[in-house]
Design a protein around this ligand. Structure first.
Ligand code: LM2
Ligand code: CA
Length: 606
């Protein structure tokens, strides 16, 4: 298709789907302080400033029981003014100084760690241990904190001899040696077999541990030989006593393929499970969720797997289900939190239009703006599932049972006598009586609000003789647990019914008016990122119609859940089935209720 494939897709394209189980070749390392079972949820506050993270810990994450924040890389990075300060500057370290990044100063970072710890929330740092900066347009600095550098030369840290001999891009992804020793997208590849490099990387990580950081995402871990990861991890200090001491939590970014599987990295810590991401995303995208109670079966053992619906790379390079999909995506993240497999990582995104390189909201000098969840570009989708974090924490230790389905798109299950959740990935409400093992009482529906300090701001349900009757909203969920017993106290209303038509709208009548000149026999379709618009498949898009009185305006209509964000393009389909895409960036839209319960999206062919 070519229209929405960014550079990073080159990366994704070569990552096969096969999960190969490679025998363990590395000696087991000391036990790590894995996130405690009852507070294990990670949220990736992608590109947030340090002070914004601190505020979120205090206002939202701590009170709702989130366990940890994955923050964007804190070390000094390249500054690419000529390229509009793309987000991926961070993935090109030029020193390990925390003094000044686009997200704030070292003092800001320290303050964030302290304030989050006081709120009961850990900080996990995205640690780049495989490489330093690249070349080409990247130039030679100075870096964000003023350090001078050039590729293979970082004064006072690394010189040419500290980088591998390969000095070219990874070409053959089936050759494990190349994958681990050549360059990932032209980034200078550290010789992690050398003691100097191991010591230097570990000193950086221990600086962070000393500040109170409790864990690490090891970026591009698959590109670092297992023994080198082991050597670095074994050099780590124990975490702050507030976190119970012990080694930092480590999860490694391993995009498993036929050449390198997750199994060879599990001795050093947890690993990202990309097959889970593909499975859950396709299931919710297709509305085919009835079979998901066994999600994760056959993948990396759950106590070693970090799982997610989308991450900052997949949402750009290989989007299956992302924040642009609105309700269905939120539902998938809710499901991930309700299901016991893996350590869940919730994504929190910002939007972009046009290039996927686009950085976060920022000032003219490339410094990131504070987050404002009510402003349009910060999506803050973790807030939509905050109540489900309390569900996860409350049902820890209880397996899945009492599964109920209704067609392909509906699934409900118990988590023992501690919780019950129902998911509806169809366009109409699912009304029925559910049988549970919950003690009788009034329960707050944490799928549709939060339960904090005994206050429920969501609909509540009466469980009587173990049963409750609910109308699970279209593309929505209902979730009850024993840690959230209480009646709705929401001043905005407590109805568990979908909002009445004419008031707030749950569905937006979305109309497209496209001005397109065609020749006889051509059709015009709207094709976009959501299932209703064909999930980028022209044949499944929305067909528009015209007649003598409206031509060249083509019109069509589709109903979308309120708040659905999506990208789209116009295409012409010729009688022989060939497809012509319009030029330029994808169009972006939100089917919100700002104009009542219907919206019209207009445009002209480009
Ligand atoms: C990762 N995990 O293994 C990160 O999750 C991913 O976001 C990083 O790529 C990657 N590894 C390297 O840390 C991103 C971004 C790339 C970008 C790199 C480096 O997705 O597009 O590459 O960060 O900033 C950019 C240019 C690329 C160029 C490279 C080196 O897009 O065209 O390659 O810099 O100059 C010649
Ligand atoms: Ca390497």
């Amino acid at each position: 298709m070519g229209v929405r494939r960014p550079l990073a897709a080159v990366l994704a394209a070569v990552l096969g789907f096969a999960l190969s189980l490679i025998p363990l070749t590395v000696a087991a390392s000391p036990a790590h302080a894995a996130p405690s079972g009852d507070r294990d949820v990670i949220v990736h506050l992608f590109q947030w400033r340090w002070e914004s993270v601190a505020e979120e810990c205090e206002s939202t994450l701590g009170p709702n029981g989130f366990g940890a924040v994955q923050v964007s890389p804190p070390q000094e990075h390249v500054v690419l003014s000529g390229q509009g300060y793309p987000w991926w500057q961070d993935y090109q370290p030029v020193s390990y100084r925390l003094d000044q990044t686009r997200r704030g100063t070292r003092a800001d970072f320290v303050d964030m760690v302290d304030r989050c710890r006081d709120a009961g929330v850990k900080i996990y740092v995205d640690a780049i241990i495989n490489h330093m900066s690249g070349t080409g347009s990247i130039g030679a600095g100075p870096g964000s904190a003023g350090s001078s550098y050039s590729k293979y030369d970082y004064p006072g840290i690394y010189q040419s001899q500290h980088f591998g001999d390969c000095r070219r891009d990874i070409a053959n992804w089936n050759d494990k040696w190349e994958v681990q020793n050549c360059e990932l997208v032209g980034l200078s590849d550290l010789d992690t077999s050398s003691d100097h490099v191991r010591d230097r990387v570990a000193a950086y990580l221990n600086d962070l541990v000393g500040i109170g950081v409790a864990g690490f995402r090891l970026d591009a871990a698959k590109h670092v030989p297992e023994a080198d990861v082991q050597a670095i991890v074994s050099r780590l200090d124990d975490v702050h006593a507030d976190w119970g001491g012990g080694k930092p939590y480590v999860f490694q970014e391993v995009i498993a393929d036929g050449t390198i599987g997750t199994g060879s990295y599990t001795p050093m810590g947890d690993v990202t499970e990309f097959q889970y991401h593909r499975d859950i995303s396709h299931a919710f995208d297709d509305g085919n969720i009835a079979h998901l109670s066994g999600l994760g079966g056959g993948l990396t053992p759950g106590d070693k797997a970090v799982v997610f619906v989308a991450n900052h790379d997949t949402q750009r390079s290989d989007p299956i289900l992302t924040h642009t999909d609105g309700a269905r995506y939120d539902l998938a993240q809710s499901f991930m939190l309700a299901h016991p497999y893996g350590t869940p990582k919730v994504m929190s995104s910002y939007t972009w239009s046009g290039s996927t390189d686009t950085g976060p909201p920022m000032s003219a000098d490339g410094t990131t703006d504070p987050t404002d969840c009510s402003a349009s570009r910060w999506v803050c989708e973790h807030r939509a599932v905050a109540g489900m974090v309390s569900f996860r924490n409350a049902v820890d230790g209880h397996g899945i049972g009492g599964t109920v389905t209704d067609g392909d798109g509906r699934l409900a299950f118990a988590r023992g006598s501690a919780g019950y959740a129902a998911f509806n990935a169809t366009g109409s409400a699912w009304t029925r009586t559910f049988s549970t093992d919950l003690p009788d009482g009034t329960y707050c529906d944490v799928a549709n609000g939060t339960f904090v300090d005994g206050v429920c701001d969501a609909p509540s349900y009466e469980v009587s003789d173990g049963r409750f009757t609910a109308s699970v909203p279209a593309n929505g969920a209902v979730a009850l647990h024993v840690g959230a017993l209480g009646e709705c106290e929401d001043p905005d209303g407590c109805s568990s019914e979908p909002p009445p038509p004419g008031g707030e709208c749950s569905v937006i009548d979305s109309r497209f008016d496209a001005t397109v000149t065609t020749w006889y026999g051509q059709e015009v379709h709207v094709v976009g990122s959501i299932p209703e618009l064909g999930s980028w498949n022209p044949a499944d898009g929305l067909k528009l119609n015209t007649d003598g009185s409206t031509y060249p305006v083509w019109k069509g209509q589709v109903s979308l859940p309120e708040g659905t964000r999506f990208d789209y393009k116009y295409v012409k389909i010729n009688p022989d089935g060939t497809v012509e895409w319009e030029n330029g960036d994808n169009r972006s839209a939100v089917a919100d209720d700002s104009g009542g319960c219907s919206r019209t999206f207009t445009g002209s062919w480009r």
